[in-house]
Write a protein that binds this ligand. Structure first.
Ligand SMILES: Nc1nc2c([nH]c(=O)n2[C@@H]2O[C@H](COP(=O)(O)OP(=O)(O)OP(=O)(O)O)[C@@H](O)[C@H]2O)c(=O)[nH]1
Length: 137
């Protein structure tokens, strides 16, 4: 039998003034070239919200406060089985200054532009939710 372990993933959906912190997966990673929210595997015993904030700090340099879990989604990719915990997060003060900030390759993207980006398949329900919540209301 070929049982695969499911990786728990904490993901930071960082919102500020209807914009989201988005990066592009690098060439050496799985799903290279896809857009992504900051995130990664939970360490053993680590809660997914703590993981999301830690990964966000490591990947973007930005400290964030997890506010609420928006969705969790189980998905089987070819490379792994994952349980994705998407956490809505807010930047911790000082408030981000779009131009001055070095976000290590991540950028602030308006909610209205999310539909034009290519995210991993499992993100689809999250993107729909963000568009419903933050575009045009
Ligand atoms: N960061 C991130 N990962 C996502 C998103 N959507 C999604 O399906 N994933 C999946 O969640 C997993 C995240 O793992 P990762 O490989 O980026 O995490 P990591 O940096 O801790 O692992 P590593 O050991 O491979 O470096 C990957 O399978 C990735 O495809 C997303 O929006 N952001």
């Amino acid at each position: 039998m070929n049982e695969r372990k499911t990786n728990r993933i904490g993901i930071a959906v960082v919102e500020h003034q209807r914009q989201f912190l988005i990066g592009v997966r690098d060439a050496s990673s799985t799903l290279a070239g896809y857009h992504e929210f900051p995130g990664g595997k939970c360490e053993p015993g680590e809660a997914s919200d703590i993981c999301a904030a830690r990964e966000c700090r490591e990947e973007t340099g930005l400290d964030v406060q997890p506010l609420k879990e928006l969705l969790y989604i189980e998905h089987a990719y070819e490379h792994a089985d994952v349980l994705l915990h998407f956490w809505l997060c807010a930047p911790i003060q000082p408030a981000p200054d779009r131009d001055a900030q070095n976000l290590q390759g991540f950028c602030w993207i308006p909610a209205s532009e999310l539909s034009g980006l290519k995210f991993p398949e499992a993100n689809a329900p999250l993107i729909d939710l963000l568009i419903d919540t933050y575009v045009g209301s």
